[in-house]
Design a protein around this ligand. Structure first.
Ligand code: DX5
Ligand code: ZN
Length: 217
């Protein structure tokens, strides 16, 4: 299992150092949550901040756009150093055009579905995607409880990706992941778990990440 610590739970007065700390702790990806106060009822940061902290780790930056009209901002995030950009199928954007815009930068692209959105919403696009991100909480805030009833969506996306013969297709899950549920995520077909609270609230982030991975073996 790959672990992507969500920096939403970090000490933002030391953002760069927090990224370096997660790198040393064994993070596989850096998960960066972008919120616009419109698509979700919360605000975080934008592309210039990512540009500033990019140098603190060589791990892939997994940028989760919780914003309306993502198409307008793809160039900014790609140029700031994103390695993967995911955007919501529910956001007001031409989905195919937005996928192509991300790909034009030579980076990975994924679609995200909110808890109330069915798995089938991403099926028409699967062959154009590198990843699907399944939200296991309502997007907007860290520290919420994991919704186990999202796991069947993971399994049906995995089955559809297999049916289409997609190689290296990744499924990520985001929200409330910790030691009580990571094994279930693995069994459902998840490749990457986002973990905010469970990694940042731990006294020893390295031990927390190792423990999460060990629980999937
Ligand atoms: C929520 C964000 C998540 C969040 C995860 O909208 O997309 O990435 O930070 O945090 P935890 O693991 O605390 O649920
Ligand atoms: Zn996220």
């Amino acid at each position: 299992m790959f672990i992507a610590p969500s920096l939403l739970s970090c000490d933002f007065s030391r953002f760069g150092e927090e990224i370096a700390r997660m790198d040393k702790a064994g993070a596989d990806y850096m998960h960066l949550d972008i919120m616009d106060g419109h698509f979700v009822p919360n605000l975080t940061f934008g592309a210039p901040v990512i540009k500033w902290v990019r140098k603190y780790s060589d791990k892939p930056f997994d940028v989760h756009l919780m914003i309306s009209e993502p198409l307008k901002y793809i160039d900014d995030f790609a140029e700031a150093g994103a390695d993967i950009i995911t955007f919501h199928v529910e956001a007001q954007s031409d989905i195919k055009e937005t996928i192509d815009k991300v790909k034009s930068h030579g980076i990975k692209v994924g679609l995200v579905i909110k808890p109330k959105t069915p798995a089938e919403a991403v099926f028409p696009y699967l062959q154009d995607l590198d990843m699907v991100l399944v939200m296991s909480v309502e997007p907007g805030f860290g520290g919420q409880s994991f919704m186990a009833d999202m796991l069947p969506k993971v399994t049906s996306i995995r089955e559809e990706a297999d049916r289409l013969g997609l190689e290296g297709f990744l499924i990520e899950i985001d929200g409330g992941i910790g030691e009580s549920n990571i094994r279930l995520a693995k069994e459902a077909g998840v490749d990457i778990c986002v973990a905010g609270t469970s990694v940042f609230k731990a006294e020893d982030a390295k031990a927390a990440i190792e423990n999460l991975k060990a629980l999937c073996e």
